[in-house]
Design a protein around this ligand. Structure first.
Ligand code: VIB
Length: 222
């Protein structure tokens, strides 16, 4: 039986659920999340995005084929040329200036997660790195879909977090998420059970670090 991305989730169902259905996510959906928590999250997410651009640069270095190299370059370019600018504008709407963003210290949860991903990529190969990136690449799309099928979720102007959900439910983002799943399904089909066990550990750890990122937002921890 070839392995698939779905098998990674099946190997840590409680961690995956705790990430997707986290209190931060629920409160964001039903519009009860404290603005202060969301602002803390947004500020740290700016720093997170910068480190993720580095992770795509590492993916380029670790690319065995031209197609992989181009894919890594596109990922880095998307963050540097589009997403960071969008994020800066979004932060401004929430009262966070570019100057403030430029002088932020990294919270421990941001440090732990991003450096874990970079270290996993450094030690391993491109598949290890993609598995470490996958809770980020796939989870946010799943979160938007989970929120949309939840009765308690409020959409539209009554929810100040509506634009956040809108970003990750967008066709463009959902397509990028599916492309990542297809890439992983192709590679995972060829791995041995032992190799799959190693990859499961990486997936579980990265998912736990996503949970910590939500916790950091809720608790305003640095
Ligand atoms: C903690 C945290 N986890 C995941 C994402 C989502 N995300 C960040 S970079 C990226 C790749 C797209 O170019 C995606 C999907 C986030 N923003 N913050």
């Amino acid at each position: 039986m070839p392995f698939q991305f779905q098998d990674l989730k099946n190997h840590c169902p409680s961690e995956w659920r705790d990430y997707i259905e986290h209190s931060f996510v629920r409160q964001l959906g039903d519009a009860t999340l404290a603005g202060e928590s969301f602002r803390h999250y947004l500020k740290q997410d700016y720093l997170f995005l910068i480190q993720f651009a580095r992770a795509f640069a590492l993916a380029a270095y670790k690319s065995p084929t031209l197609a992989d190299l181009r894919q890594a370059k596109d990922g880095m370019q998307a963050i540097l040329d589009t997403e960071l600018d969008l994020h800066i504008r979004y932060c401004r709407d929430w009262g966070i200036s570019e100057d403030e963003l430029a002088n932020l210290p990294e919270a421990r949860a941001t440090l732990a997660y991003t450096r874990y991903v970079l270290d996993t990529g450094n030690r391993g190969d491109l598949l290890d790195l993609h598995v470490a990136l996958s809770p980020c690449m796939v989870g946010y799309g799943e979160i938007a879909n989970w929120l949309n099928q939840r009765a308690e979720t409020i959409r539209g102007e009554a929810n100040p977090y509506d634009a956040w959900i809108g970003m990750y439910e967008s066709e463009e983002f959902q397509e990028a998420m599916q492309a990542e799943i297809r890439w992983l399904d192709e590679r995972l089909a060829d791995v041995s059970p032992t190799r799959f066990e190693q990859l499961t550990r990486i997936f579980r750890d990265a998912t736990r670090l996503e949970i910590d990122f939500w916790e950091m937002g809720l608790n305003l921890s640095d």
